[in-house]
Structures are given as C-alpha cells and as structure tokens.
Unconditional design. Sequence first.
Length: 571
Amino acid sequence: MSKASSPALDAFVRLRASFFERYLQSQPEEATTLGLHHLDDRLKDLSSSALADEYALHRDTLTQLERLAPEGLPPDAWLDRLAMLSVTRFHVHAHEDLRGLRSNVELSTYPHTMLQYQIGQAETAEDWSAIASRAARIPTFLRQQEQLLAEGLASGEVPDVHIVQEFVEDQLPVIVRYFEHLPALPEAHQVTLSGAELRALQDAAREAREAFAAHHRFLRERVQPHAHSGVVLGEEEYRWRLRHMFGLTASPDELVQQAEEVLARAQHAIVQLAGQLATEVPGAPSTLSNLAEARALLVRLELEHPARDEDVIPLYRELIAQAESFIHEQGLFNVPEGCRLGLKPLPPGMVDVRGTNWPAPLLDPRKVGWFVLAPMAIAHPTVWATLLAVHEGIPGHFLQSVAWQRAFSHHPAPVRFLLVTDHVAMARGHFGPMLNIEGYATYAEERMRRAGFYSAPEALTALVARALRAVRVVVDIGLHTRRMDDEAAVRYLMHSACMPEPNARREILRYKRLPMQSMTYLLGALEFEKLEEDCRRERGSRFDEARFHDELFSFGPVPPALLRRFMLSAP
C-alpha cells in the first residue's frame, strides 16, 4: 500500500495520533487490554467534567474527520478513518441522545472484569502494584456510577428490570466474595510481594469489597424498584446502529429473512445427521424425523464429560494440537512459527463462562493469548469441546489475535483495534469490531466442518450452533425493534432452537444486556463465507486458502464487507 505523503494524509496522521492518545487517557482499561501499561493503575473517570471532556474529544474529532477528504488517503489511512468515524459518531450519538449514558448497569461490574484480564497477564510485583492501585480506585468509580444511575432515575432513563435483577442476584454477590480472595492471588501466580506491596493490595481489596457490597445494596434498594421491563433500542435506533456501527445497509426485515434461510438449511441438516447417528447412540429411537427428536439425541450425547476436573485443560490442549495438525495438512490456515497458546483455568469470580479467549495483547508482543476454561469437568460435554477449541483457539480467536499482534504491534496509533475486547465493548455498547472478530471465529467453525475435521457427533454440534446463531439474529432484531415481546421471543427460541425455557430466558437477557452483539456471529460469518467463495471463483487455480486467510488478518478488525474492495478486482 502506498505510503506517499500528501497534505490530507499528513493532517490525518496528526489527528489519528492525537485522538488515540487522548482516547486512551479517557479509557485506561482499554489501554491495558491493548498491551499499553502506562495507565494500568487507573480506572475510567465517570465524573461529569470528565464525561464532558470525553464528549468534546469525540465531537471535535468527528467534525475534523468529516471535513477530511477521504479521496486523498491511501488504503490503510482510509480504513483507519472509517474506524475512527464509527467510534466517534457512536459516542456523539449516544451522548446527544442520552441513550444509555445514565442507565448503563454494565459499568457496575466493569472494574472487576478489567482487573480479571489484568490479573491474567500479571507476571511481576510491579504488575501487581498496578493492580492494587487500580483496585484502590474502585470506591470512587462506583460512587460516580451511582451518581449517574441516580440522575438517570430522576430523568426517567431507567434500565431493564431483568438486567438489574441479574446484577443484583448473580453478578455482584460473586464479585463481593472475589475481593475477599484477591490478596492471595499473587502467591497463587508465583509472584512474591514485599510486605508493603501486600498490605497495599490487602487494603485495596478490602475497600473494593466494601464498595461493591454498598453498590449491591444501591442497585437492590434504589434502582431495582424503579426499573422497567421491555427496555429496548427501538426500530429507528436499531437501523441507525446497523448503518453506523456495522456498516450494513440491509434492513432488519432483510436480515431476518437471511437468518431464517440459514436456519432452515441448518435445521434440515441437523435432522438428517441426527437420523444417521441414532443407531449409534444407546437408548435413542431407531428413526428421527424432527428437530425435537434430534435435540433429544444431542442431550444424550452431552452426558459424556471428562472424568476429572484436572482432565479439562489436557483435553483442550490435545484438541487444539489436532486442529493445528489438520489445518497444516489441509493447507487451510498458517500458524506462525513460535506462537504459543496459553491454557489456564478461569479465575474465581467469572460466572456463566465455559471457556473464553483473552487475545494476545496487540501492542505487547512479549505476552501471549490465553484460552481460559471453567475448571469443572461437568461444564465440558466432550461432544461440544472440539467446536469450542476451534472457536476460541485454533484456527479461531487465538490465531486471529496472534496474527494481528504480529502485524500491528509496532503501529503508533492502531485505531482499528479500539473496542475489540469483549468487556470494553460491553461497557460502551459498541460492537462494531465484533462483526469481524466473532464473525471470523464462526466462519472458522463452519470451514472446519466443511473440511471434515469434526466427527459426526461433533458436526451435529456445529450445525446446532449455526442454527442458534441464526435464531439469535431473528430474536435480537425482534426484541429491539418490538416485533417480538419477551414471551414471543421465549416461544421462538423454544420452538426453533429446541431450547428449554430457562435457557431461553437467559438468552433473552443476553440480547437485552448486549443489543446487537449476538447477531455479529452469523452476519460476519456469512460475509466471510461469501468473500471466500468469490475469491475462489475469481482467482481460480491461483487461490491459496492459507494465504487468503493471512490476507484477511492483514487488515485487522475491519467489517468484512469492506474487504471486498481490496481482495476482489471487481467492486
């Protein structure tokens, strides 16, 4: 890509550098997740003056970006400008519409989830000193959060009652207990603290625990009685986010139709494959003719787990080794030499997570990515384990994050990578990069299925997962555009995904907490699948699949539809 200078490019490079630096000052937790450690001891400032300064930064940057002629920018800068436009436009829109600023309950657990990530990467006493300093700021952060929520209640900007209930009954009690154990974690991580360092961590943990306990009471007594049911985005806001957060021009109705077509194909394949498997599963009916019977067969398959808790990590280590060997033999993906995937148990205090990926920190190539797993055997039906290893490990999230780290670790202002970490995106309500990140991992699942990597029972789970991703598109759109109420959404999930009612209600809570996040899996995957198909057709015998995937990675977390202009000769 051309690096020739021009007045437009010079102006943009200065703007990008200034924005990136000032943005991270307002989002210190995100600096940590990117691998920059100069702000590791800070938490986001939620005071009214700090939020006003943050709004001014985004408003002024947006104005300058809109004035800048994109025609004068080379491709890399053009993509960076689009990424900055997405972030700044969303922030200004949210601030000026007062949408979620004072009813954002996700911020109530944000310091804890960010500390979890930081602890997962901590290796030295200095790292733990920064953790103690960040934890010491939690009482101030939570008081500011309470002020924001109180202002929201006073102005009628209230959160969904089911979300508040989730935080009151499930999230915060676990976090309060977590801080009782925090001071013991350095030793568990083989790090020795001095007496003064340990006392600082003990004091910070005690104050954080007391602050979270007080915040728990605040949510239960002050917020929960006034929260409403049915708090959703609405059709107009949903369309705005499709356009400006994801860069999608399709209407909600068109996306629903697309998802329903994928769902119908997946359901047909599920019934067919389950019918073939029925004779191999003890106690299963000899013939299967519908989705409910196929789901019953899968429930039987899900009864098999590792024998012991300590068998969980070795199971996934072996599965990832098998996946790496397979993709090498088939020429599907390249795994960079010397890349190390860390596997570890989930730290205490993380709930409802079977396994997740902590990506390789973009700007700190000394650190590896981690595949972290719930250390309970019963949480890992072996029939699902291979799919999880592919999605979170290789060739999924881990491989993608390592490729990005190697390509962008020296970038002076990698604005394309803002909001790529789950909990940062959750706290901000902006899931634009997830169309690439979750879309790619879902695409990798399907590519491995088409290549024949899974056993027949594992292929069944892959088809069930694809059906569920399609259902999520339909229900997320249905809820937030008011095409469905909660009960209709529950019925749809129970019928179309054969989901038990308690699971369906938990799914709906997810869609309300994280509007539009759940649609990124399927919609992103479909874009990648179409791009792969078109590149195969255009390049013919010159198509090299592993090189194609390297090319995907070289752009970073760009909305996949944008890649067509760079990877295909015809627009």
